[in-house]
Design a protein around this ligand. Structure first.
Ligand SMILES: *[C@@H]1O[C@H](CO)[C@@H](O)[C@H](O)[C@H]1NC(C)=O
Ligand SMILES: *[C@@H]1O[C@H](CO)[C@@H](O)[C@H](O)[C@H]1NC(C)=O
Ligand SMILES: *[C@@H]1O[C@H](CO)[C@@H](O)[C@H](O)[C@H]1NC(C)=O
Length: 384
């Protein structure tokens, strides 16, 4: 077909997309599809329990979902694989599970992790031996790189040197590439330490993921000491870029410092620093605690977590028209029952049409949250 024959349709699509503006009237999220990507307890592929799901839209527009496949038990410590599935068509159909990494059968094993898109590549960052003093070897943080849109992975790059051989457990969630100044193009992952030596750290790359260095840090207080209830203990974290080019980091408040709710750190220098003076607590975002997700898409900031102060239940999607300083209404309850970690992804801005969507992958069960890993497609305008 001659290119100009496409033009009227294209202009219509662009016109419609330009007309769609996020307001309390137009943002009416609705779940339009739900699929179970992994089911625990079946022993398939030698896996006991699937946990810690991650999700990204690849450079080629596919959906890539990855999760820990815990081999012998549901415990954090133990041998695991990284299981990934890919959907080439926006979640309509899914390819089989492929193993991106396998740590064998001994010791502490691997921990997910974060996915990111860097130019035409997909990055997958994970930790090894992140729960000392398990007999496992030195802690490590390893980076996998896919040059074929998330189908296969190059041998891992070992980032332990950059991290002084300290535990850096990324995410769980996604890493970002800055779209605006300052530090446009910079890749940023957030991760945390061990329970005693906890806190969040940013990991930065200015050359598309070849070389990495430490960025801003927000350590626990006290540091390197046994934890007490209510200590200041920033833990699992998800960074996101706001429209003014600043970075927010939504953080698991492990000790329940000040509230059983999320904490948020900010950075105005591209992730070089996370000033403690800018940390806020979010009573509007109760958390049990667990890993949660934040995503800016279709002009709206979204947040997902099990919305409960002490139990992993009530997986809820919320949205904000104020860059996260307030949250609209009561949100959308995705699953009332047991639900745990969640991660979100959406097509890039140019691919969000007049009917924008986002995807939430989360731990979902009937009696415990780790029974399945489920993926929902959400129509943001509720019109699909
Ligand atoms: C990563 O490199 C460190 C040295 O910096 C080494 O001690 C460790 O064994 C390596 N880990 C892996 C999994 O290769
Ligand atoms: C959100 O951030 C953008 C960019 O800085 C700003 O223009 C807008 O006013 C902010 N919205 C609110 C409600 O604060
Ligand atoms: C679930 O979350 C919604 C949204 O915040 C809240 O209104 C509701 O009270 C929660 N339900 C339970 C059982 O916690």
């Amino acid at each position: 077909m001659a290119p100009w024959r496409l033009l009227p349709g294209l202009l219509l699509a662009i016109g419609a997309a330009a007309r769609w503006v996020a307001t309390p009237e137009t943002v009416r999220p609705r779940v339009v599809r739900e699929q179970l990507l992994w089911v625990s307890g079946e022993g398939r592929g030698g896996v006991h329990t699937f946990r810690v799901p991650l999700l990204v839209v690849t450079p080629g527009g596919a959906l890539l979902a990855c999760a820990e496949g815990r081999k012998r038990s549901a415990a954090d410590v133990g041998a695991k694989v990284i299981a990934c599935r890919r959907s080439p068509d926006g979640g309509a159909t899914w390819g089989p599970t492929r193993v991106a990494a396998d740590d064998g059968w001994g010791g502490d094993g691997l921990s997910l992790g974060a996915l990111a898109v860097a130019g035409g590549e997909v990055l997958l960052l994970f930790a090894r031996c992140a729960h000392p003093p398990q007999a496992c070897g030195p802690p490590g943080t390893l980076l996998l790189r896919s040059r074929d849109d998330g189908v296969s992975w190059d041998p891992p790059q070992n980032l332990s040197g950059v991290l002084d051989n300290q535990v850096f457990a990324p995410g769980p969630g996604y890493g970002i590439q800055k779209q605006r100044a300052p530090a446009r193009g910079r890749l940023i992952f957030c991760g945390h330490g061990t329970l005693e030596r906890d806190g969040v750290w940013l990991l930065l790359s200015d050359d598309g993921g070849r070389r990495w260095r430490r960025g801003g840090a927000l350590p626990a207080i006290p540091f390197d000491a046994p934890r007490h209830p209510r200590d200041f203990t920033p833990d699992e974290c998800q960074p996101y870029e706001l429209p003014d080019g600043s970075i927010g980091v939504n953080i698991r408040n492990q000790g329940g410092f000040r509230c059983r709710c999320r904490m948020v750190a900010r950075s105005w220098d591209g992730g070089e620093s996370l000033p403690p003076t800018a940390v806020t607590f979010q009573p509007a975002l109760p958390d049990p605690p667990a890993a949660a997700s934040v995503l800016l898409t279709a002009g709206t900031l979204f947040f997902s977590n099990p919305a409960h102060e002490s139990q992993r239940v009530n997986l809820t999607l919320r949205w904000s028209f104020t860059n996260g300083s307030s949250w609209w209404g009561r949100g959308l309850q995705v699953w009332a029952g047991p639900s745990g970690y969640s991660a979100m992804a959406a097509p890039p801005p140019h691919a969000q049409g007049p009917s924008p969507v986002l995807y939430i992958i989360y731990e979902k069960g009937r009696s415990i949250p780790t029974e399945t890993v489920s993926l929902v497609t959400v129509s943001i305008a509720g019109d699909l």
